[in-house]
Design a protein around this ligand. Sequence first.
Ligand code: NAP
Length: 314
Amino acid sequence: MTESSDLRMTRLPLSHGAARMPALGFGTLIPDAAATITATRDALEAGFRHFDCAERYGNEREVGRALQAGLAAGGIAREDIFVTTKLWNSNHRPERVEPAFEASVDRLGLKYLDLYLIHTPFAFQPGDDQDPRDQNGNVLYDHDVTLLDTWKAMESLVDHGKCRAIGLSDISLNELKPIYESARIKPAVVQVESHPYLPETELLEYCKEKGVVLLAFAPLGHGMRPGLLEDPVISAIAARVGKAPAQVLLAWAVQRGTAVLTTARTAAHARENFDISALPKDALDEINRIQTRQRLNPVVTTGVPGFIPKGRGA
Ligand SMILES: NC(=O)c1ccc[n+]([C@@H]2O[C@H](COP(=O)([O-])OP(=O)(O)OC[C@H]3O[C@@H](n4cnc5c(N)ncnc54)[C@H](OP(=O)(O)O)[C@@H]3O)[C@@H](O)[C@H]2O)c1
């Protein structure tokens, strides 16, 4: 559990890579290009220093433009921000990993990446089609490449100084364990859906034991209503501590030792999400006792994005 009362400044050490990851991260899964630019700029202005991207989101150029402009305007150094992007399923063949990585870095307009993740453990048919299907609409998986093959290509990116840290996403504990055991460079981060309805406690315990950061996506339940933002336990705590439900959910996540990614398309939400403070222990205990269980994004079972309209991009 994090002791610092200023949760906004929490940075988590990574098992490899130079930078410590700011616990509060901003996710760029924003389908609209113009909204991507304003939201990324607003997040930087609100204080976010950790940005999560993906080739699959189709907006790395826009995120990159907003980051360049925001860094210049705010006098912020590249080293002060932490940028992640992800390898998509159709690029799992080892020979496709470095070109996919270079293309992402180029679109983002960066000289280096802090973190590169394998977006999902599912390999799709290799090629430019990010959503390959047969005539019946079934996903075409690639059975000729293993996750470990792809991981080794990721390791060589670190060996060659291309990116500072590597990790996995949308992976279950059972899938993580063999990769962790076989990896020469251990995954620094695992990005999965997590919130009080899907606490992923066993995975979190494993990650803590191994020094892997668990990076939670959908910490606000993807903003779905009814949902976490209207949960009676969360609402009551919010009223008691004088904070918004979103701030309660984010504080809980950081205090239990995870990093988080929120997406906010409005500047007001970005400011609210950055302005979190520590909850008292009894509030954390109450949240830990919530019994509702719900997974919102099925990507972990199929590799098919759950939060992006079909044909766009997870
Ligand atoms: N690895 C994967 O497969 C995967 C899958 C999904 C997501 N992700 C990553 O995780 C990031 C976050 O996921 P997510 O979008 O589900 O996160 P989320 O923060 O749980 O949900 C975002 C939704 O919550 C709303 N919201 C944000 N701040 C709010 C506030 N203070 N009060 C009320 N509503 C608020 C947003 O509305 P407004 O936009 O209107 O502000 C938006 O509709 C993504 O951007 C992406 O980077 C990864």
